[in-house]
Unconditional design. Structure first.
Length: 134
């Protein structure tokens, strides 16, 4: 049973990385084509929001998983799922609101705040389903 669960977690993590890399490679090109005069502002705002809000999100995802994970074994999975679902409207807003650069950057920042909470719980789930020797 554990081998099958580990396989599903690894596949889900692989698709998460695929989506994240597609987003990270497409997003700068998109912002440069829609807001060509805001290249420096985008680079600064993106780096700052990813560093600060991404860090806060990763830590909070781990804290929530550790605190409530002992009571319910699905807590870690729910942290990953809920964070991604909350970030969907902000990702859409970032790409669909093309009239205001700072509103799009605000959507990007809120996306980072919720979407980056998946890493700590995902690693913990993989560690809990495999032998420490592996």
């Amino acid at each position: 049973m554990k081998k099958k669960t580990t396989r599903y977690i690894n596949i889900a993590t692989m698709f998460k990385y695929l989506g994240e890399y597609a987003f990270l490679f497409f997003m700068p090109a998109y912002f440069q084509s829609v807001y060509p005069a805001m290249k420096v502002e985008f680079a600064s705002a993106n780096a700052l929001s990813l560093s600060v809000l991404g860090f806060i999100s990763a830590v909070m995802g781990g804290v929530i998983s550790d605190k409530y994970g002992t009571k319910n074994h699905m807590t870690m999975a729910w942290v990953c799922i809920i964070g991604q679902v909350i970030s969907i409207p902000f990702t859409l807003g970032m790409f669909l609101l093309t009239d205001n650069f700072w509103l799009a950057i605000g959507c990007l920042a809120v996306k980072y705040l919720f979407a980056e909470s998946w890493l700590s719980p995902a690693i913990t789930m993989m560690q809990n389903t495999t032998k420490p020797s592996k």
